[in-house]
Design a protein around this ligand. Structure first.
Ligand code: PEP
Ligand code: MG
Length: 317
């Protein structure tokens, strides 16, 4: 047990000034979870659940889903697990939930909007998550939020599921901040949400009006654009006002060179793909919060992603 405690302490990520930053992993399977833990992940900051719905002709049942969630929770060995509810949409097609063709799928019926149109699918998923993951380990997160009412509606379904299953323990419910609307309304959303997590992939897409899948724009769409950084700063301020936990799980969190800036903007959890975790931890351990905040202020005052990258000494991959 003492050896376990030592190993756990060695895995904590503490800045040079003593501030704790959580380094979590983005996951989509139990194998991912085992690998992430081996790489030093302290939890899962984003479990994308679309994979459960990808291979079937009808939406997966409650028992089967519960088993998958339980395997992932076990693989994480009790570490925190943030499960994102299904982020379906015509831009992320699923055979089991056919969508009417849409002219602008990224702006269409997706994420929490879709879930509210199919509350049966969301209710089944919530019950499965509650059955599969111990309440102490679990947080649930909603995709594509634009306003606080979506949190209230989802919480009503979550409370129904808890009541049915006899789960008395509270379960944290959070919002992804991946639309400009959610970043701007973050203080109102934080009243209803237990935590906020930036989705920088979609936030960059919607802030810059650049399709994240458009190869012709790949060189220009960049979460380090100062417009995106200012939205992240606004969301962090909204979370801080209500004392809410604030993290980031978009692709930019996987870049060790972005860590000082993201921490300076207010992120206290970075959820990355597994492999860069040791490099991110090593980088974070060298950082000082006041210097990170100074860097963030300078970056937000710039006029382009290129200028921010020059400031960080980091070219776009
Ligand atoms: C994001 O948009 O940044 C995000 C983490 O969600 P996804 O990439 O699954 O849309
Ligand atoms: Mg997203």
């Amino acid at each position: 047990r003492a050896a376990d405690a030592l190993a756990a302490a060695a895995q904590d990520c503490v800045m040079a000034d003593g501030r704790r930053i959580e380094i979590f992993a983005n996951l989509a399977s139990a194998d991912d979870a085992r690998h992430a833990v081996a790489m030093g992940a302290e939890g899962c900051g984003l479990l994308r659940t679309e994979f459960l719905f990808a291979e079937c002709d009808t939406p997966p049942g409650e028992d089967w889903q519960a088993g998958v969630y339980a395997d992932i929770a076990t693989a994480l060995g009790g570490r925190p697990l943030i499960v994102r509810t299904l982020d379906a949409g015509a831009d992320k097609p699923l055979r089991c939930l056919p969508f009417a063709p849409e002219e602008n799928p990224a702006l269409g019926m997706r994420g929490i909007r879709f879930s509210m149109q199919r509350p049966d699918v969301l209710a089944t998923q919530l019950r499965a998550i509650l059955r599969g993951v111990p309440a102490t380990q679990l947080r649930i997160m909603l995709p594509m939020v634009v306003e606080p009412g979506e949190l209230r509606a989802a919480r009503a379904l979550l409370d129904d599921a808890r009541r049915d299953l006899g789960i008395a323990a509270p379960v944290e419910l959070g919002a992804m901040i991946e639309t400009p609307a959610a970043a701007i309304l973050a203080d109102a959303i934080a009243v209803e949400a237990d935590f906020l997590s930036i989705g920088s992939n979609d936030l960059a897409q919607y802030a810059l009006a650049m399709d994240r899948g458009n190869a012709g724009l790949a060189a220009r769409i960049d979460a380090l654009h100062p417009a995106v950084l200012r939205l992240i700063a606004a969301a962090a301020e909204g979370a801080r006002k209500h004392g809410r936990w604030f993290g980031i799980c978009g692709g930019i969190a996987s870049d060790p060179d972005a860590a000082p800036l993201l921490i300076g903007l207010g992120c206290r959890e970075l959820s990355s793909v597994a492999n860069p975790i040791p490099a991110i931890k090593a980088r974070v351990r060298t950082l000082d919060l006041a210097a990170c905040e100074h860097l963030a202020r300078r970056a937000c005052a710039l006029g382009s992603a290129e200028a921010v990258r020059a400031l960080l000494g980091k070219e776009k991959p």
